[in-house]
Ligand binder design. Structure first.
Ligand code: 6PG
Length: 468
């Protein structure tokens, strides 16, 4: 019993987190059924660091100090249950099991109750930042048993990314709050990635801007209000050339996009909560459309569109449109978190969520500080669009979004996420919507009743008998 902390699953994330913990002075044990992964671990650790790899669950668990703290970092779904079953016989009351993967949140609730029977504390903690984040400072989103979190807080605060000295980790809320927040983080991630790709497409196919110039534009944008991890890596990856052909590497990457499910779960659950997240929906949908490659190739011939004439859009407008759409994406995700917090009793504090997303994670961006301030001004803010400062940012950029969409439509370049961002904005700022027509239709064919704006109560009329 000598190790402070144990990690199961020594893939890139698990291994890097473990080395990060060791850097911070913790004695850490790792478990992986793959012997090469377990054994190579000790070689990778810096000298003087206390690190050991195990291949047998019992030996691994027994090597940990009591009460034991174990983090599981294996693919979501069955592997998590398999790991829990393999270590459970060696755990006792007060031990802590943390699931650091992208688990589906209802699974976290189920595991929480199962382990609680043996007084084992379980919590789900979303971890963002990819390989480098894990190694040098991720953003972590823990939820579940608060007392258990408090015990592990020193470890997590030590390894987390820091922004102005503040660690990008904090206890978020009860039950599956941590996995839920990470799921929505990923939904927003999908949305922003899609918006960046659309902007690239408008530049390339819509405006015929050359590859090098596009790269420079993204690089410049990263020094503006658009400054963010995703804009930064886009600028970096657009620079890279394929070794053998000398071509820009990104142009050789297949356009069939894959996904592991977190974006889809965000959209699916948003529908259940009646939280409109159209940018995220479009991002999920575009990855799906991308898979129909053969059909798209055939359709390209059968369904042509020849754009007439040259179009021009100021680069500044492209930037403003992208910023506008990114802000609405965060706003949509934050509303979903608010509704989920009410529905699942998470007790989320959105100011804290914005705070821990400012560094370490994939959606870290300069604008998160603005959101944090917005929630600081009003912790019950229903939607970021209702914050005066954010509203100003959007109002001044909406013209640019409209301009870019017009050009994209003229040129036949698909920009569904940008369109969804603007449609959301226009719908949200509409004092009256045309949904009165829908209510009338429902009553016409199904006697579903409707409310009136001039009288209290529910009404049904025989529409055929009403004079025209
Ligand atoms: C992160 C990422 C990471 C991963 C997701 C998304 O925050 O570090 O979100 O968790 O990239 O699994 O992956 P897909 O695009 O494959 O769904």
């Amino acid at each position: 019993e000598q190790f402070d902390f144990g990690i199961v699953g020594l893939g890139v994330m698990g291994r890097n987190l473990l080395l990060n913990m060791a850097d911070n002075g913790f004695a850490v044990a790792g478990l992986d059924l793959d012997e090469t992964k377990a054994k190579s671990l000790e070689k990778e650790a810096a000298s003087g660091h206390q690190v050991k790899g195990f291949i047998v669950a019992e030996d691994f668990v027994k090597s940990l100090k009591k009460p034991k703290a174990i983090m599981v970092l294996v693919p979501a779904g069955k592997p998590v249950d398999a790991v829990i079953s393999s270590i459970r016989p060696f755990l006792s009351a007060n031990d802590i099991v943390v699931d650091g993967g992208n688990s589906y949140f209802p699974d976290t609730d189920r595991r929480f109750s199962e382990l609680a029977k043996d007084h084992i504390h379980f919590f789900g903690m979303g971890i963002s930042g990819g390989e480098k984040g894990a190694r040098f400072g991720p953003s972590m989103m823990p939820g579940g048993d608060e007392k258990a979190y408090e015990r592990l807080r020193p470890v997590f605060e030590a390894i987390a990314a820091k922004v102005d000295g503040e660690p990008c980790v904090t206890y978020l809320g009860k039950g599956s709050a941590g996995n839920y927040v990470k799921m929505v983080h990923n939904g927003i991630e999908y949305g922003i990635m899609q918006l960046i790709a659309e902007t690239y497409d408008v530049m390339k196919r819509g405006l015929g801007i050359g590859d090098e110039r596009i790269q420079e534009i993204f690089e410049t944008w990263n020094t503006t209000e658009l400054s963010s991890f995703l804009v930064e890596i886009t600028a970096t990856l657009l620079k890279k050339k394929d070794k053998s052909t000398g071509q820009q590497l990104v142009t050789l990457v297949s356009d069939r996009a894959r996904s592991k499910g977190t974006g889809k779960w965000t959209s699916q659950n948003a529908m259940d909560l009646q939280a409109p997240v159209p940018v995220i929906d479009m991002a999920v949908l575009m990855r799906d459309i991308s898979k129909y490659k053969e059909e798209r190739v055939a359709a390209a011939k059968l369904l042509p569109w020849e754009a007439e004439g040259e179009e021009d859009v100021a680069i500044e407008s492209l930037k403003d449109a992208l910023y506008f759409a990114i802000i609405t994406t965060y706003a949509q995700g934050m509303v979903q978190l608010k509704l989920a917090s009410d529905e699942y009793k998470y007790g989320l504090n959105l100011e804290e969520v914005a705070k821990i997303w400012r560094g370490g994670c994939i959606i870290r961006a300069a604008c998160l500080e603005d959101f944090r301030q917005a929630y600081r001004r009003d912790s019950a803010l229903a939607n970021l669009l209702l914050d005066e400062k954010i509203a100003e940012d959007l109002v001044s950029r909406q013209g640019a979004a409209r301009e870019v969409i017009k050009v994209a439509v003229d040129k036949g370049v698909p920009v569904p996420a940008l369109m969804a961002a603007l449609a959301y904005f226009d719908a949200y700022r509409s004092e009256t919507l045309a949904t009165n027509v829908i209510q009338a239709q429902r009553d016409y064919f199904g006697a579903h009743q409707f409310e009136r704006i001039d009288k209290e109560g529910l009404f049904h009329v025989q529409w055929d008998e009403v004079t025209g």
